[in-house]
Design a protein around this ligand. Structure first.
Ligand code: SAH
Length: 221
């Protein structure tokens, strides 16, 4: 990151966001635009109000409905993989949750498709991001394991909940050379990044991380 960017950050971020960015840099995150973006986003607005004082800490936090927002390093690593390997056209996210990762994806991709199975979280994230003038996101209240219903091919798919097996509908909608990011439980909980190469998957990176489970069906409440 250039000195200019860093100066900008320190001037414009609230101190705890600037601290978070310094920690991310120490942990190996180096994409300047990503660091500036994460330093300027109000992460405290994406977590449950009772936890907003911890929003910039290196920990996952509750976002309501028994779900959690990933810790900053996990969000940053997943996004950095996408920035390094994916064409930044169309991305599908499964697990909208708070909308924090969606917000970051929307900054870099032309179009974001995001699916959430909990009605309350879907509604809240949609409202939150619209209020932030984020206009290149399509939201869907559905079980994301079925993929995006209209046959659009994705440059990248990112799953933000832990599945026991890879949902075929999701890998099926990826373009050739498309990037898949998803958590896996084996041999230990981690997040991984793969490239679709014909009927093979080339692993481009993994990192230890914890996620809530990918669940079936819908929750309307
Ligand atoms: N990316 C989110 C993290 C959310 S946690 C954020 O930045 O806040 C994972 C989310 O996946 C939860 O909101 C959970 O309800 C959702 N989820 C779990 N299984 C799902 C499924 N089958 N389809 C869609 N969303 C799912």
């Amino acid at each position: 990151m250039s000195q200019h960017d860093l100066t900008w950050l320190v001037k414009n971020s609230e101190p705890r966001a600037a601290n978070m960015v310094h920690q991310l840099m120490e942990q190996g995150i180096s994409h300047p635009e990503l660091l500036v973006l994460m330093g300027s986003l109000p992460r405290h607005e994406f977590v449950e109000p009772a936890f907003s004082h911890l929003a910039y800490s290196a920990t996952p936090l509750p976002i309501g409905r028994n779900q959690t927002i990933s810790q900053p390093l996990t969000v940053a690593r997943m996004t950095e993989w996408l920035l390094e390997y994916a064409r930044l056209g169309r991305v599908l996210e499964v697990g909208t949750g708070s909308g924090y990762q969606t917000r970051i994806l929307a900054h870099f991709f032309n179009k974001v498709h995001t699916i959430e199975r909990q009605k309350a979280l879907y509604t809240q994230a949609k409202k939150r991001l619209s209020a932030m003038q984020v206009n290149n996101v399509e939201y869907m209240f559905a079980d994301g394991q079925a993929g995006w219903p209209h046959k659009v091919e994705m440059d990248a798919v990112i799953i933000t909940a832990m599945a026991s097996k890879v949902p075929l509908a999701l890998t099926g909608c990826l373009k050739e050379q498309g990037i898949l990011i998803m958590p896996i439980d084996h041999p230990s909980p981690q997040i991984g990044c793969w490239r679709k190469e014909g009927d093979r998957w080339k692993c481009l990176g993994t990192e230890s991380a914890h996620f809530v489970p990918l669940l079936e069906g819908l929750e309307h409440a």
